[in-house]
Structures are given as structure tokens and as C-alpha cells.
Design a protein around this ligand. Structure first.
Ligand code: NDP
Length: 328
């Protein structure tokens, strides 16, 4: 029987308010995109989820299509929840999303009301939950009126199947329009989930300003650039690493130029007494408009390494300048 660590809420300053909402999220949240699917080792994923909860990580992020096969990460999380966490439902923030391809035919992806609400019902069945805490539109749909997609999110809240709504991969201007529609519907956007890391800083010029103005939190995904901003690839590509699996992180991405930057960042992290992953996570949440960094992990040890980033969050201005110079 698993019994969560009684010390799990003892780490100081771990929670940050999500935009202007009443909800606080841990500075590090755990995503189940990789390593929690039907093809993965269930007990490994279960150990990572349990360890996360023991550390005070209350937020677990899913989507309809996470696996592989699609849907299996939600099924596995549902199993873990019922085996280990059911007594702690009110301590957990579970999110899911719909937007990418999930089933055949014209109603299995994008942003129609038909797709979004059917997908949420399917997710709840796989998760074996009555409601999710956050339901996201996973990507904007250029062919569906924004009013229809946002209306579906608002309906999910009114019907009790979600507590809050979120947007993912929306550009700044789309975000502002969506936020207005959601506010008018009485279900303000809680959070935005963009890709953001030292290797992809697109949110800095405009999106963060929009989020701050609208009172929306920000949960960057892939803050470690899928593992590139860790010690994983410093000495080649390990067999069990994501870049060896020919999926979303291609080995070709690791060019000599990129590797040189990663080595310099690693050296700088060492001068701060941190691993590169820890420095990359501290850097991701350095701006208070960023609520939480949404990490992945394939091993409990990675999760623990990442969590220890919280011990050194501050940067001297010359360290930030040095990082900018390395990144070019
Ligand atoms: P990260 O950038 O955190 O990459 C995670 C990977 O980095 C791990 O699987 C592992 O790779 C490696 N890693 C993590 N910690 C360490 C460490 N301390 N030392 C060495 N290697 C480490 O995030 P993800 O790309 O996994 O994305 C995180 C979450 O974001 C997803 O689970 C999902 O919830 C969300 N997401 C959302 C998207 C959206 O469109 N909204 C898109 C993508 C992700 P390895 O497996 O090789 O060990």
C-alpha cells in the first residue's frame, strides 16, 4: 500500500499563483506525454507519479492522444490514481486536452464542439474520473469559429466535467481573442500552455504580456527541450534516450553547434552548483509570469534531479547575460 510522504508540503515557496486565479500550482509540474503509455513499463510510470506526489508536485498533465497508443497514458494515470491516489483527489490538479487527431472521421480532431466535448467524455472514462481540473484546447483550429471552440470549453465547466479551461499553442493575438470570449462566457481562461525553453524563446516578445494583461497563468512545456537541456546528450545518444527512439526528438537535431552550446551551458550550471537540467528549469520560471515548468521524466532519478532545481532559483544578472550570449 502506498502512503504519500507526510512531508510533501514542507518545501517552502514551491507553489505559485496561476495568473489572477485562486489556483496555485507547483513550480514544477509533471507531464505524461512520454513514458506513461501502453508501450512503457507501468510500474516505472507509477513510481514517478508517486515520487512526484511525495515531493509536493500536485499537478499532472495529460492529453487525449498521449501514449502510445493514443489514450493509454490517460488509462494508465487512471489506474495509478485508483491504486494509489484516490484518497487524495482534492490535492490533485489533473489536466487533459483535445485538439490533435484522436479518432477517424471529421469529428476526431481540431476544435468543433462535437469533437471537444466527445473527447472530454472519452478522457474522463479512460481516466476513471468524474471531472478534470483543467480542460485545454490543445491547438487553435483555423477552420472553426473561435466562439464555437471556446463555447465548448465553457460548456465543459458548466456541465461539471472540468473546473477550469486552458489554451495551448495559441499565438498572442488568438489568445487575447479567446480570453475575451471566455471571459464573456463567465469561464475565464486559467492558463496557457506554450512550448518554451532556452532553445525556443518565442513567448518572450508578446505572449507573456498578453497573459499578464489577461491574468492568465503560463505553463511552458518541454522546458528541457525534450532532454537536450540536460546532461543526457553530452557524450553521445544513449540507447534509452528519447532521441534514439526516432519520435518527436530527432537525433539530427543534435548538431555540433547545438552540442557546443549545451556544453557551455552545462559548464555555467556547474559554477552555480547545479545540473544543466536544474539551471534550465530555474531559468524557465525566472519570470514571475511563468507559473510552473511542465517537465517530463523517464526515471525517478530525473524527477528528483529536476525537483532540486528549486534550491537555487535566483540568477545574477551576469549569469543571465552569459546564458543569452551562449544561446546567441
Ligand atoms: P522536457 O523538456 O522536460 O523533457 C523530458 C525529457 O528530458 C525526459 O523524458 C528525459 O528524456 C529528459 N530528462 C528529464 N529530466 C532529466 C534529467 N534531470 N536529466 C537527464 N534527462 C532528463 O519535457 P517533455 O518534452 O517531456 O514535455 C513535458 C510535458 O509537456 C509533456 O509530458 C506534456 O504534458 C507537455 N507537452 C505539451 C505539448 C502541447 O502541445 N501542449 C507538447 C509537448 C509536451 P529521456 O526520455 O530521454 O530520458
Amino acid at each position: 500500500m502506498y502512503s504519500p510522504a507526510p512531508t510533501r508540503y514542507d518545501t517552502p515557496f514551491i507553489y505559485r499563483r496561476c495568473g489572477r486565479s485562486g489556483l496555485q500550482l507547483p513550480l514544477i509540474s509533471l507531464g505524461l506525454w512520454h513514458n506513461f503509455g501502453g508501450v512503457d513499463v507501468y510500474e516505472n510510470g507509477r513510481a514517478i507519479v508517486r515520487r512526484a506526489f511525495d515531493l509536493g508536485i500536485t499537478h499532472f498533465d495529460l492529453a487525449n492522444n498521449y501514449g502510445p497508443p493514443p489514450g493509454s497514458a490517460e488509462e494508465n494515470f487512471g489506474k495509478i490514481f485508483h491504486a494509489d491516489l484516490i484518497a487524495h483527489r482534492d490535492e490533485l490538479i489533473v489536466s487533459t486536452k483535445a485538439g490533435y487527431h484522436m479518432w477517424a472521421g471529421p469529428y476526431g480532431e481540431w476544435g468543433s464542439r462535437k469533437y471537444l466535448l466527445s473527447s472530454l467524455d472519452q478522457s474522463l472514462k479512460r481516466l476513471q474520473l468524474d471531472y478534470v481540473d483543467i480542460f485545454y484546447h490543445h491547438r487553435p483550429d483555423p477552420n472553426t469559429p473561435l466562439e464555437e471552440s471556446m463555447g465548448a470549453l465553457a460548456h465543459a465547466v458548466r456541465s461539471g466535467k472540468a473546473l477550469y479551461v486552458g489554451l495551448s499553442n495559441y499565438k498572442p493575438e488568438e489568445t487575447a481573442r479567446a480570453a475575451k470570449i471566455l471571459r464573456d462566457l463567465g469561464t475565464p481562461a486559467l492558463i496557457h500552455q506554450p512550448r518554451y525553453s532556452m532553445l525556443d524563446r518565442w513567448i518572450e516578445p508578446a505572449l507573456l504580456d498578453v497573459l499578464a494583461a489577461e491574468g492568465i497563468g503560463c505553463i511552458p512545456f518541454s522546458p528541457l527541450a525534450q532532454g537536450l537541456l540536460t546532461n543526457r546528450y553530452l557524450h553521445g545518444i544513449p540507447e534509452d534516450a528519447r532521441a534514439a527512439k526516432n519520435g518527436f526528438l530527432k537525433a539530427e537535431r543534435i548538431t555540433p553547434e547545438l552540442l557546443a552550446k549545451i556544453q557551455k551551458l552545462d559548464a555555467l550550471a556547474q559554477t552555480r552548483g547545479q545540473s544543466l537540467a536544474q539551471m534550465a528549469l530555474a531559468w524557465t520560471v525566472r519570470d514571475p509570469r511563468v507559473t510552473t515548468a511542465l517537465i517530463g521524466a523517464s526515471k525517478v532519478a530525473q524527477l528528483e534531479d529536476n525537483f532540486a532545481a528549486l534550491q537555487t532559483l535566483d540568477f545574477a544578472s551576469d549569469e543571465l547575460a552569459r546564458i543569452d550570449a551562449i544561446l546567441g
